[in-house]
Design a protein around this ligand. Structure first.
Ligand code: ZN
Length: 306
């Protein structure tokens, strides 16, 4: 039995509207036989598998019309492989730079939380930015095992549970490349709003399905993925923050810097061409060269009124 055997129908996970208030975005394309331990891992190659996706007419969120029960998904993530420490560190540099002005505007730098922290690379940057304490939550045991010894002790294994934190005790909450994966993003953001201190900020990084690169690639885009239960765009992120009484600040388009061989792994190419190009990069010693690209990732920030 796989995680895809028992799907449950769902409403829009941002505004709650039913499927009768949505239009078809993409037909389902998945094969349980092709699921592997890497299917729920971070930064894997594309598999082009997807649930049936609807686009909500009310809030513009794209969402899976039916999805696995949350408990089964939590199990899949606990068992997921992890093989991207270097990319995680490069992503953390991108995020830290985008967060700098948000952190500078906080009333204090007491405690920060990252939901879906992976190897905890961002926790190091947050401590470096002056936070007294940084905590990460991560379901994948393999990711925690790959964490640097200095931050491993800051990571709690499991999924985010609001009751594990005191209300109004956090100054910054980050949820990066994770919101697409959770069963109930609206509940998560409402929880974050209660945990933030007045003046504190919630920062979300997601793919933007309406970004030019994703519109161009269509169903060949890496965002069309069996891990993604929903896809956001700027209006749906704004809606999510506003509904939690976290007035949205300026949305930032991120430019990610990764080695060329990693971009090639994500590119929607036939596998023979991908292998040939990867070999060519290695031969010409360009495989570790880094390139910055706007691949349609956005950072949206909501601030709790002081
Ligand atoms: Zn909606």
């Amino acid at each position: 039995m796989t995680v895809l055997d028992r799907l449950e129908a769902r409403n829009c996970p941002v505004c709650g509207a039913g499927p009768e208030h949505a239009t078809r975005f993409l037909e389902a394309s998945f094969d349980p036989a092709r699921l592997t331990a890497a299917s729920f891992a971070s930064r894997k190659g594309p598999e082009f598998m997807s649930y049936r996706l609807l686009r909500c007419s009310g809030c513009s969120t794209v969402y899976a019309a039916a999805a696995p029960p949350a408990a089964l998904l939590a199990h899949a993530y606990a068992e997921a492989d992890y093989d991207s420490s270097e990319e995680a560190s490069l992503a953390a540099d991108t995020y830290a730079a985008a967060l700098a002005p948000i952190i500078a505007a906080l009333p204090q730098r007491g405690r920060a939380l990252e939901i879906g922290t992976g190897t905890g690379a961002l926790l190091e940057r947050l401590l470096g930015a002056g936070f007294g304490e940084a905590v990460g939550i991560e379901p994948s045991r393999a990711a925690i095992a790959a964490a640097a010894p200095a931050v491993r002790g800051l990571i709690r294994e499991g999924v985010f549970v609001e009751a594990d934190f005191a209300p109004a005790s956090l100054d910054l909450i980050c949820c990066f490349q994770t919101l697409e994966h959770v069963a109930d993003p609206r509940a998560l953001v409402l929880s974050c709003a209660r945990l933030l201190r007045p003046g504190g900020a919630l920062a979300l990084v997601t793919h933007d399905y309406a970004a030019p690169i994703n519109r161009l690639l269509g169903r060949r885009s890496p965002i069309i993925d069996i891990e993604h239960l929903q896809l956001f765009c700027r209006p749906s992120l704004d809606r999510l923050l506003r509904d939690a009484s976290l007035p949205p600040q300026k949305t930032v388009v991120l430019v990610n810097r990764y080695p060329l061989r990693y971009w090639l792994r994500l590119a929607p190419l036939p596998s023979t061409l991908r292998r040939a190009l990867t070999g060519l990069l290695r031969l010409t010693r360009h495989d570790r060269a880094r390139m910055g690209l706007n691949v349609g990732n956005v950072m949206a920030v909501g601030r709790k009124p002081a």
